[in-house]
Design a binder for this molecule. Structure first.
Ligand SMILES: Nc1ncnc2c1ncn2[C@@H]1O[C@H](COP(=O)(O)OP(=O)(O)OP(=O)(O)O)[C@@H](O)[C@H]1O
Ligand SMILES: [Mg+2]
Length: 265
């Protein structure tokens, strides 16, 4: 991201990096993207967090894909995302010769955050999200631009902290959209377990305009994690990211060749 409008922000859904094979494929896809310029990776890990919470007997609560995060949940989220998921992905990247650096958004102002305001859900209800972060700031994150300029690939777990040092859980799509704007990347690629945004028949919608995006959320064709994803894509487009795509990443070693949905005109 040496110049405005270059580089790729790749967001990986946790589902894609759960298995060793999945991580190998994704690392190959990262290598391919890296060949064309700077690359920054943000990852989630929702399903591994769910499994760990279930094992500990902590109930899961979420609204529009945003996890309601109490203290017990936060402990699990930090441990799983910043620990296991991040480190394993960095290790898989190394096999492909990628100089990956594992970080969270709490590192050196990658993303300053404050606690999110109560959330108004798609169904109109208002919900206190707990220890959930709202990324802030507009300036390019110096740590990321320096790492990219030096040939490293930052791999960021979706954890941040506020100015009091309180750790916060942030939806990985929300963080990815925000960083894509601040880094002025040319492309935001959100890779997940479904081949893009699906319609009511389960078919991939090739292109979603901003009008259709609002409709999908309002009429429930997009729900759960897809709501947070679409809102993040809308913010990235409004923030000047020229190309925003939601693509299927399962088994893909070339994400540009994956079926998916283009967001915006
Ligand atoms: N219209 C839709 N098209 C595709 N997926 C949808 C749609 N509506 C709801 N979904 C759900 O959204 C999920 C994707 O969001 P989810 O948060 O679960 O995964 P992710 O964001 O890729 O991973 P992570 O949260 O680990 O980063 C899909 O697996 C699907 O269950
Ligand atoms: Mg998600």
């Amino acid at each position: 991201m040496t110049a405005a409008g270059t580089g790729v922000l790749l967001k990986l859904g946790g589902e894609l990096v759960e298995s060793a094979t999945g991580r190998r494929d994704i690392a190959r896809a990262m290598h391919r993207l890296r060949e064309s310029g700077p690359l920054v990776v943000v990852h989630g890990g929702g399903r591994e967090v769910d499994a760990e919470m279930a094992a500990k007997g902590i109930p899961k609560r979420a609204v529009d894909g945003l996890r309601l995060t109490d203290r017990d949940t936060l402990e699990v989220v930090v441990g799983v995302l910043a620990g296991r998921v991040n480190t394993r992905l960095v290790a898989a990247a190394r096999v492909e010769g990628i100089r990956a650096v594992g970080l969270t958004a709490a590192d050196a102002g990658v993303s300053s955050m404050r606690r999110a305001d109560p959330y108004t859900a798609a169904d109109g209800s208002e919900v206190d999200l707990g220890f959930v972060g709202q990324p802030m700031g507009i300036e390019p994150p110096v740590l990321l631009t320096r790492l990219c300029d030096a040939g490293f690939v930052p791999v960021i777990a979706s954890i941040g902290c506020d100015t009091d040092g309180q750790l916060l859980n942030v939806n990985a799509d929300t963080l990815a959209g925000h960083l894509a704007v601040r880094l002025c990347v040319a492309r935001l690629i959100i890779a997940g377990g479904t081949p893009g945004v699906l319609d009511e028949h389960g078919d991939t919608i090739a292109a979603v305009t901003e009008g259709l995006l609002e409709e999908l959320i309002a009429d429930g064709r997009a729900s759960a994690g897809m709501v947070a994803k679409l809102i993040a894509c809308r913010e990235a487009r409004r923030g000047g990211v020229a190309s925003v795509r939601i693509v299927g990443g399962k088994g893909a070693t070339d994400l540009d060749g994956s079926p998916g949905t283009t967001i915006g005109s």
